[in-house]
Design a protein around this ligand. Structure first.
Ligand code: FMN
Length: 169
């Protein structure tokens, strides 16, 4: 599965999907993230982020996300719809323990991500386990589009136990 490869292989296109959410006033937001874990049995994907990032505020209000990958060499677009659980504290202590020292700098510090600062480097980064959040995406649908001599598009749904169906591209 290409998503599993994204977790292991830093160069895989599925390593850096785009995560889209909806703001509390109904506007779309999208940003690049790193795929940190994928559980094929559970149909879940993990993303790590800072508790004070805008996406956590957005997902607290509307716990749904879309994940997008364009794998150019495979001519494949993958779009996922997911319900998102925001995990933190004790629930993610074991995961935090495995986050490398340098990566921990992404979770903590001030001011919070997205706040205005007076100069480009006027912020500090201090690892803070209380700021470490795991977004656990429970995948509901997978929409795959393959571009070839004849385009093919298929959709897989959790509610039909991932039975696939062809869609007009
Ligand atoms: C290659 C790349 C990987 C990134 N990975 C993550 C990530 O795993 N988690 C994260 O919170 N932000 C990640 N970011 C930063 C986000 O794209 C975004 O700028 C930041 O999280 C703030 O987003 P927000 O204000 O919508 O919450 C990454 C950015 C790039 C360019």
């Amino acid at each position: 599965m290409r998503l599993l490869r994204g977790v292991r292989d830093r160069r895989a296109p599925t390593r850096h999907p785009t995560l889209a959410t909806v703001t509390p006033d109904g506007r779309p937001q999208a940003r690049t993230i790193v795929l940190r874990a994928a559980d094929k049995q559970a149909g879940s994907l993990d993303v790590h982020t800072d508790l004070h990032s805008a996406k956590v505020v957005e997902l607290s209000a509307a716990p749904f996300a879309s994940l997008h990958v364009w794998d150019a060499s495979a001519h494949l677009q993958i779009r996922l719809e997911a319900n998102v659980a925001i995990l933190q504290g004790e629930d993610v202590a074991e995961i935090w323990a495995r986050v490398p020292e340098l990566s921990r700098l992404s979770y903590g510090g001030s001011p919070a991500p997205g706040q205005l600062i007076s100069g480009a480097l006027n912020y500090n980064k201090v690892p803070d386990p209380a700021r470490f959040v795991v977004l656990r995406l429970s995948v509901q649908t997978i929409d795959v589009l393959h571009l070839g001599p004849s385009h093919r598009r298929a959709r897989f749904d959790r509610c039909t136990n991932w039975a696939g169906a062809w869609l007009a591209p």
